[in-house]
Design a protein around this ligand. Structure first.
Ligand SMILES: [Zn+2]
Length: 405
């Protein structure tokens, strides 16, 4: 017996070549989308299947946040957890993401002094959770007075700077990585710390030769590599070394945008912050899209928001989570609209583009036959027309309603 139903919406924003379908409907069979089209047409074809009437609402793909630190860094930053309760907090944080319309995450496992967990521990913690989690295994360099380096392989044990380029360690990290997240930190990161605590944030950690060797190890394994990078010098190194994905790319110049475009590099914009520099402005994101660079917008959460820009709408450095994805994407999405981009192409920055980065471009991120039935029932297009999570009325994951307000 198949589980089959039809859901009707005022508008279906498919984020595909079908565009937006007014008065549309989806037919869902066993958690997979089987038909997408006009409501009247589909109703005639399938007169006897149950209908969920959401004709006052917009139906869109669910959101994908492809650069987060919710399971490793966030629990100890937000809660007084121990090793025994770490993943209880982690799952509560994931639920917060789910209730914000996010059903796929790109999580970073960097190594952390307080978390002696392996990739398998993180995978096991989320196995039955209604969110599709991909893990990027990484190394990390934190810009303390004395630089601190960790890797996902060595877990809670700090390593020396030279270990970051050790081929045996790099190969293990590369092998374990599901997708090109911030696999290496070309610049030391401020992480969750205040400016005073991390005076060396931004310092370049690698030579061009080291970066080329590291990229080569990933490519030999048939994997793409992503990097944490900001500033002209770091971005130039990243592009010359053959990095496939730039995370942040804060401070990218027009010349380097051109070079990134020619090399077919994907950029993950984090307009809330995440490096030592001013984050991606709406103008910067428009510029990347205009140069045909695939762009995803991501929270990099939990993160203390950058202060002193017009597009980061937070008054203080309280850590912010995945619930602000729509809010931080909104200024850039509006600017794209002003430049006459189609709403489907704009919403792709939060759906299809990050799904592609996670290697899931034929599984989710669009509403098309054969795709997972991951969709939102909302009062408007997420990030473009609405920014408050309360205006997302329902979240469906693989055909099952998992959030209802
Ligand atoms: Zn990050």
């Amino acid at each position: 017996m198949k589980d089959i139903y039809m859901i009707r919406g005022k508008r279906i924003v498919t984020v595909s070549k079908l565009g937006t379908i007014n008065n549309g409907a989806l037919v869902i069979v066993d958690g997979i989308i089987s038909e997408v089209g006009n409501w009247e047409v589909l109703q005639k074809h399938f007169p006897n299947i149950p209908v969920i009437d959401c004709s006052d609402y917009v139906i869109t793909p669910t959101l994908v946040d492809c650069h987060t630190h919710l399971l490793e860094f966030a629990p100890t930053s937000l809660y007084p957890v121990t090793a025994a309760t770490h993943f209880l907090a982690g799952r509560a944080i994931l639920f917060q993401a789910l209730s914000s319309g996010i059903t796929a995450l790109g999580e970073q496992i960097c190594g952390h002094p307080l978390c002696d967990f392996s990739k398998e521990d993180y995978q096991n913690a989320v196995r039955d959770f209604p969110i599709d989690v991909s893990f990027a295994t990484t190394s990390i360099s934190i810009g303390f007075e004395e630089l601190a380096h960790f890797t996902s392989i060595t877990q809670s044990h700090a390593v020396d700077q030279k270990d970051l380029s050790n081929p045996t360690i790099v190969q293990k990290i590369a092998q374990a990585s599901d997708y090109p997240g911030e696999n290496i930190f070309i610049n030391a990161t401020p992480a969750n710390f205040t400016e005073k605590e991390v005076p060396r944030a931004g310092e370049i950690i690698y030579t061009l030769e080291e970066l080329k060797r590291i990229a080569g190890i990933y490519h030999q394994l048939g994997k793409q590599i992503g990097c944490h990078v900001a500033g002209e010098a770091g971005i130039r190194l990243a592009l010359e070394a053959g990095m496939d994905v730039l995370h942040h790319a804060h401070g990218i110049t027009d010349e380097l945008v051109e070079k990134a475009s020619q090399q077919g590099v994907h950029i993950v914009a984090t307009p809330m912050g995440g490096t030592h520099m001013q984050p991606n402005s709406p103008m910067n994101i428009l510029n990347l899209v205009e140069k045909n660079i695939p762009v995803s917008i991501s929270t990099d959460s939990y993160l203390p928001p950058y202060q002193g820009t017009s597009w980061v709408p937070f008054q203080d450095q309280t850590l912010q989570g995945p619930d602000v994805l729509m809010l931080i994407a909104h200024p850039a999405m509006q600017l794209l609209k002003k430049h006459h981009y189609d709403e489907n192409k704009i919403l792709a920055l939060l759906t299809a583009n990050p799904a592609y980065l996670l290697g899931k471009s034929s599984q989710f991120g669009r509403l098309l036959p054969g795709f997972d039935a991951n969709f939102l029932v909302s009062e408007g297009i997420p990030g473009l027309e609405i920014t408050e999570i309360d205006r997302i009325k329902e979240v469906y994951f693989r055909g099952v309603k998992v959030i209802s307000r």
